[in-house]
Design a binder for this molecule. Structure first.
Ligand code: AMP
Length: 584
């Protein structure tokens, strides 16, 4: 049997572990979540805790908790944790060990080898420190690879000689952009630039400043002096910021924020975008600098790949499209892509010939229509709400406006296709929202699309001022079949590179996973069954029965990481039947 080689993204804030299971590279859930906080702590009893549990105690027990150790890698320092001091390598090894052990528990087999990613700007000392951390965790680090290289691998880099790619990585606290080139089958970082103090946290701060100003204007109270209020503001505004990635408005309400007044605020995506534009301009300056360093211009770039949670901001995608005239790729979860690339690299080194990534995306854009007066005459054009290549399920809204005063009704038309003009796209339904309030022209109507894995599109139109809403559910599958070829072509850029022969080659594929209703329920049942199964394994049962339980638990874990609810449902049923007979 081939050696198992896992891929690990050892991040500043979060870490992930990915592995090739039956030809598919998946990120394994750790403590129920694929993303594990890179946080290490000691609980009140002095026991080591890693991940979310450590993160949860950060505020209450800062002396017993260590965060962001990656920033210290390669430094000859000691970090206090409880009574003792540790090197950054030792702290990082706790994170790696937790990932390893959790993965072993799920896979029911030992893990001894790993590929670990590091930022492209890490120097030799920092790389060595990462390697040492791996070894302390009981892992042979078979390769250290650059994070942008891993991201590029996940998007299929390596198959096309001479391909030039940009990896734009905007996280919570840092930004970097790298030019990645394939030369003689090797995926290499040619240039990298960044700002270690620029990221989503700065966007949150701008929103906090805005809220503080509004609150002062309204209540004449300065929240800047109130640390508790500021902390609460940061939490709600970070949440609102995420909402603005999918919705045109976000309502914020915090009761008695200063002990006396409620904070009530409505944020508009358009205003928010104006706030963050100067920061995003800085990222574009870095981007141009990295291209200059690599002696390239934007037109030499064939692919732009997005990494990091903050790249979910639509303005990031819009600016890259506008400035580089390239559609940035965002099909792969930007939080998991680096681990997936590392997992692919591990699988190549292990000699596993099949390794692809399962991504559920929509191969089409779904739009509604609005009138534009851009060219003088009023023309009907499509307003995209869910863009093609968006991971599914997707839930997004845009705002359109009434055309004249006291307009009594609005017709919502839904189209599938990539063109700006409705007549070039496929109509998939329309409906009328009647009974709008008497309002001047420009009355906002929020159109919300919910598209599930089965191609069922729920469309809701809501008059913003009154909340008057109307919904319809449309089945887009007919259109999917009509455009299957287009979908195949769309996928082929990822799948086309399916026969990797050399290190650095990778492939990805898309597949529709059936979404059964009540995924949460299925997950809870699986968790429950697993606990019961594990309890039985401790008891005196036959080796055959024990084997069967282990296999079913393993298969359930695989189904969960693939979001394959149909298989999970089947495994749940089989395991439930088996336990029924074995339990007394
Ligand atoms: P990372 O360091 O890659 O985990 O990225 C974390 C940053 O991404 C934080 O600033 C988050 O607030 C931000 N983020 C996560 N999801 C979204 C979203 N949907 N829209 C905008 N920012 C997001």
């Amino acid at each position: 049997m081939n050696d198992l080689i896992v891929g690990i993204d050892l991040g500043t804030t979060n870490s992930e572990i990915a592995i090739n299971q039956d030809g598919q590279v998946n990120v394994l859930p750790i403590h129920g979540n694929p993303i594990m906080p890179s946080c290490v702590g000691l609980d009140p009893a002095g026991k080591l805790i890693v991940g979310q549990a450590a993160r949860n105690q950060l505020v209450a027990s800062p002396d017993n908790t260590v965060l962001s150790i990656k920033r210290k890698m390669g430094e000859e320092i000691r970090v206090r944790l409880g009574e003792k001091e540790y090197s950054p390598e030792e702290i990082s090894s706790f994170i790696l060990r937790e990932l390893k052990q959790e993965a072993e528990r799920q896979l029911l087999q030992p893990i001894r080898k790993a590929v670990i990613t590091v930022p492209a700007f890490f120097n030799e000392r920092q790389r060595k420190a990462t390697q040492a951390a791996g070894e302390l965790a009981g892992l042979e680090v078979v390769r250290i690879i650059n994070e942008p290289t891993a991201a590029a691998l996940a998007y299929g880099a390596g198959a096309k000689e001479g391909e030039t790619m940009l990896v734009y990585d905007l996280g919570g606290g840092t930004f970097d952009v790298s030019v990645v080139v394939v030369e003689q089958g090797v995926v290499e970082v040619k240039a990298s630039h960044g700002d270690t103090h620029l990221g989503g946290d700065d966007f949150d701060q701008l929103l906090v400043d805005h809220a503080v100003l509004q609150f002062k204007r309204l209540h004449n109270v300065d929240l800047v002096q109130d640390l508790r209020a500021l902390r609460r503001l940061k939490v709600v505004l970070e949440r609102a910021k995420r909402t603005l990635s999918d919705e045109p408005y976000a309502a914020v309400r915090e009761e008695y924020i200063d002990g006396q007044h409620h904070l009530e605020l409505e944020l508009e995506r358009h205003d928010y975008e104006q706030m963050i534009l100067p920061l995003l301009e800085r990222t574009l300056t870095c981007l141009h600098q990295s291209l200059t360093d690599a002696h390239l211009s934007p037109k030499d770039v064939q692919k732009v790949m997005l990494v990091g949670g903050a790249t979910r901001t639509p303005l990031v995608q819009g600016l890259l499209q506008e400035r580089l005239q390239l559609d940035p790729r965002f099909e792969i979860n930007p939080d998991l892509i680096v681990a997936m690339g590392a997992g692919m690299q591990g699988s190549v080194i292990a000699g596993q010939s099949r390794h692809s990534i399962l991504v559920d995306i929509t191969p089409h854009t779904y739009s509604t229509t609005a009138i534009s007066f851009r060219h003088g005459e009023g023309d009907l054009y499509c307003v995209p709400i869910i863009h093609r290549n968006t991971p599914l399920p997707a839930s997004k809204s845009e705002v359109v406006y009434t055309m004249y005063d006291d307009q009594p009704a609005a017709k919502v038309e839904v189209y599938q296709g990539e063109d700006e003009l409705p007549q070039s796209n496929t109509p998939i339904g329309d409906f009328l929202v009647e009974g709008l309030s008497k309002a001047p022209e420009g009355n906002p109507i929020v159109v919300h699309f919910d598209l599930d894995l089965n191609g069922i599109l729920k469309v809701t139109a809501t008059e913003k001022v009154t909340g008057l809403a109307k919904s319809v559910t449309l089945d887009t599958k007919g259109q999917h079949h009509l455009n299957l070829e287009e979908a195949r072509r769309n996928i082929s850029s990822l799948v086309g590179e399916t026969q990797p022969t050399a290190p650095g080659q990778a492939a990805a594929e898309t597949a529709a996973t059936p979404a059964l209703a009540g995924a949460d329920e299925l997950l809870n049942t699986a968790k429950d069954l697993r606990k019961r199964g594990e309890a039985l394994l401790e008891k005196n049962i036959s080796p055959e029965d024990a084997d069967e339980i282990r296999q079913l638990i393993h298969q359930s874990a695989a189904a969960i990481s693939e979001n394959n609810w149909t298989v999970l449902n089947e495994r749940n049923e089989t395991l439930s039947d088996l336990l029924f007979y074995l339990e007394d």
